[in-house]
Design a protein around this ligand. Sequence first.
Ligand SMILES: Cc1cc2nc3c(=O)[nH]c(=O)nc-3n(C[C@H](O)[C@H](O)[C@H](O)COP(=O)(O)OP(=O)(O)OC[C@H]3O[C@@H](n4cnc5c(N)ncnc54)[C@H](O)[C@@H]3O)c2cc1C
Length: 236
Amino acid sequence: MPTAPALVGRFAEALMGRRACVLATEQIAPDFLEVEFRAEPPPGGWQPGHEVQVRATRTEGRRYTVHGVVDAQRITILTVLHGDAPGTRWLRALRPGTEITLLAGKHVAARLPGTRLIFLGDGSALGTFNAHTAVGHGAVTTTTVIEAPPGSVAALSDRCPGYRILPALDDEPGATTQAWLDDALRNGDLADVDGALLLGHAQSIQQQRRALITGTTLDRRAITTRPYWATGKAGL
Ligand SMILES: Cc1cc2nc3c(=O)[nH]c(=O)nc-3n(C[C@H](O)[C@H](O)[C@H](O)COP(=O)(O)OP(=O)(O)OC[C@H]3O[C@@H](n4cnc5c(N)ncnc54)[C@H](O)[C@@H]3O)c2cc1C
């Protein structure tokens, strides 16, 4: 429901709305904001990886992912501040004490095939990858590659030492990840991988999936994908 009449938005809030209050915001890197909420739990409680929707404006909804569950009523989301758009403006305006409504249903956990996994995504996927890493999924090894705005690479690399953080090119989302992936496939670095999770920019995900299917023994069922945004499209 990226865009919907105000009445539909209010109806959705009445059905699935959880009252929430901002406890803290932290700019963990120049382009990344972590927000902690106290929030009424949905049925089954909050889980890492829980999808939530907010009304960024009266008519526009935007989706984010719970990346940390501190306790039954305290959760965090991790977001990329990518420009002047409704979701990003909504995030920038949050202050401790701001009261909002989060739309959330019962959590449906993603099933990740494989035990030697590769996670590929951009800044919008960082929180979700953190959630999957915390859950573990029985993975033996996980290679996580995140493409981020260049100004945030150093801070994210310090904060996420196990992840490979690559600088994004202006106006070419996915290009540095694709170059890294092509290199890794050429060098046989991914020969062991038996499952993949591709999140973030829709057009990049398609290219990455093609490269993995062509360059490894992975078939489509071993590759889980979820587009989070698409070039030229508002909300998803
Ligand atoms: C299930 C789900 C979970 C998500 N979880 C998270 C999360 O935890 N953290 C997070 O940061 N994002 C997350 N996203 C992505 C986020 O909802 C989108 O990036 C959303 O489009 C942002 O809204 P906006 O109003 O800022 O930009 P929009 O109005 O949607 O888009 C405006 C313009 O910016 C471009 N754009 C949109 N998003 C990005 C981006 N991330 N980087 C660069 N350009 C962009 C669009 O192509 C468009 O041209 C999630 C999306 C989904 C579907």
